[in-house]
Design a protein around this ligand. Sequence first.
Ligand SMILES: [Zn+2]
Length: 250
Amino acid sequence: MKHLKTEALVIRSQSYSEADKLLTLLTLEGGKIPSIARGACKTKSKLSASVELFTRGDFLLYRGRTLATVTQGEILNSFYSLRMDLLSYAYGQYFCELIGRLLEENEPCPKEYRLFLSALEAMNGDTAYLEVLARSFELKLVKNLGYTPYLDSCLVCSTQKTPFRLSFREGGLLCSKCSMRDPGANKITPGTLSLLAKLLTADFKRLRILKMNSKQRQEIFSINQALLSYNFNLGRCKALAFLEQLGCSR
Ligand SMILES: [Zn+2]
């Protein structure tokens, strides 16, 4: 199908020449699609506003061999306020980078689309909440892609007796008796374990009341980064380095 009419979110928008913009669209119908918006850098272009980062719109695409050409775009939500707040913008960029690096091109991914949209809708300028949202987004994205760690009990003997270690290789918790199955498994405290379960399952908006102390923040950050690296061989994210410069995340 050469023409595709679909709702999409702009997850990358970069000037390509004086006139054109290169985009990555996360489409509801066709997954992640690299695209070009010809003339979008010109202020008079009808496309210029609809291809800004984070914009949700209805798009008409003409699919070429490598790039799709955006022929029409109608804004449904510009998420303008996220672009105007530095911290929200930085976290939003991080979400875009994760989506950009973890999802395959041209593979429909409506669950990931809805996850990303609900994260954008939940974002506000609250620093502590943005961090909670980011940790929850990482876990839910990994879960959607089929790599959920099993957090209910020991994977091997089903005991719920703490302490546990978290094994990425085995895909979940190991009790002290079974932990020899993976000597590299990370220690995890019961408080952090309970937070991980909430971050994985609760709606983004319900997480507004979730509190993490600095040790838990550090532990969950490290666990999530290790989970992403182990399953996706994900190197350092540029957007995460930018968040560090802003004094967020570690
Ligand atoms: Zn066990």
